[in-house]
Design a binder for this molecule. Structure first.
Ligand SMILES: Cc1cc2nc3c(=O)[nH]c(=O)nc-3n(C[C@H](O)[C@H](O)[C@H](O)COP(=O)(O)OP(=O)(O)OC[C@H]3O[C@@H](n4cnc5c(N)ncnc54)[C@H](O)[C@@H]3O)c2cc1C
Ligand code: SF4
Length: 329
């Protein structure tokens, strides 16, 4: 590993100043993704800036009845929070599916949302693809079993790796960002970016001197929510596909809904077709089936990942059944 400086700021202002002070610098949270990339020679920053003492590690209720989560909060603390699992069950379910107890005990909310893609070409120093400043993507003609089935216009075909991002979009969360130009807030849906030739080396809108500091969840209202994840193996592994569903109820019928799929596209993938199939209807087996069909109708799998379409469909259907309180396998 290349030698680097370690900086341990005490607050967000100092952290941002350290990110900006020349050379390449990256924030360090739990370190599981960043240090692995450094050890594998994928990235070699001059400085790493520990954010665990600079950002908040807890979640508190907001005056409007929502929840403000510090980006340095550990995943395990989110999962074991006294209110989050009851008020935002799909978020807690997503957190509970991440890795192993040790991984949930080290990983943070900010690190999870900002972790880099798991594409095996990206993770291997020998493959200098678009994301590492190269001039090609190896996945379309290569081993694309775990790549995107939506949003496949390129130039990259990753799937976004964050479990937490998907229910956060479904609940309508906002992200607070702090940088040298001050603070800003964006909807979670505006944070993640589809790859273009201009931005292909990034997965979100953060500038190099900005940090994600908080996740802000709105009050839940009269919603039913569900989450379902399907993995290749039932141990620590990233999912093949998963879905979070948040339906605001109007009596017995769905007034409005957000259906978001994970591990299927370069960003958490919202399906407005599935949402339309739910609105005005009760949550039951028939509507779950129709919405799941609608969710995958526009899928464009690559040469070796067509099998993921059925898996994504099943994840959506079961997330809706979870929201309805109907037991799934
Ligand atoms: C075997 C294994 C299985 C896993 N399975 C899953 C899974 O199924 N689903 C899932 O979602 N995750 C999974 N993970 C990822 C894990 O949950 C962590 O979320 C992830 O490793 C990063 O969290 P971290 O706190 O260690 O972040 P770090 O490694 O410290 O940081 C990750 C990236 O985010 C940046 N960063 C960190 N904090 C901030 C911030 N506040 N603002 C801006 N940038 C920031 C860092 O610079 C770095 O680039 C798995 C990890 C492992 C090792
Ligand atoms: S999918 Fe993205 S990360 Fe993977 S090889 Fe192609 S450009 Fe690189």
């Amino acid at each position: 590993m290349k030698a680097f400086a370690y900086i341990n700021p005490a607050n967000e202002k100092e952290a941002v100043a350290a990110l900006k002070s020349g050379g390449t610098a990256l924030p360090l949270a739990g370190g599981m993704d960043l240090l692995a990339r450094m050890k594998d020679y994928i990235q070699q920053p001059d400085r790493i800036v520990n954010v665990k003492n600079a950002l908040e590690t807890t979640a508190v209720r907001t005056p409007d009845g929502g929840m403000k989560i510090g980006a340095a909060m550990k995943i395990i603390d989110l999962l074991e929070h006294r209110e989050i699992p009851r008020v935002y069950p799909a978020l807690a379910a997503a957190a509970g599916e991440i890795g192993t107890p040790q991984i949930r005990n080290s990983g943070t909310v900010g690190g999870n949302i900002n972790q880099r893609p798991r594409c095996w070409y990206f993770r291997n120093e020998e493959f200098v693809c678009f994301k590492k400043g190269g001039n090609r993507c190896f996945s379309p003609a290569g081993e694309n079993q775990f790549h995107a089935i939506f949003g496949n216009n390129g130039p990259s075909h990753i799937v976004h790796p964050s479990n937490l991002a998907v229910p956060l979009l479904a609940y309508g969360a906002r992200f607070r960002i702090f940088g040298s130009n001050g603070e800003r807030q964006v909807a979670a849906s505006e944070y993640f970016t589809m790859p273009t030739p201009q931005n292909v080396q990034k997965e979100n809108i953060l500038a190099d001197d900005e940090l994600l500091t908080h996740v802000i969840l709105p009050p839940p209202g009269n919603v039913k929510s569900g989450f379902y994840e399907i993995r290749y193996k039932e141990s620590h592994d990233w999912p093949l596909a998963f879905a979070a569903v948040v339906a605001t109820m109007n009596g017995n019928n769905v007034g409005s809904a957000r259906v978001v799929l994970g591990a299927v596209a370069p960003v958490p993938w919202r399906s407005e077709d599935a949402e339309r199939a739910l609105v005005g209807k009760p949550l039951n087996e028939a509507t779950a089936t129709a919405a799941a069909e609608a969710a995958v109708r526009a899928a464009q799998p690559l040469s070796r990942n067509g099998y993921k379409v059925q898996i994504a469909k099943t994840a959506v259907k079961r997330a809706i059944l979870q929201a309805a309180g109907i037991k799934t396998a």
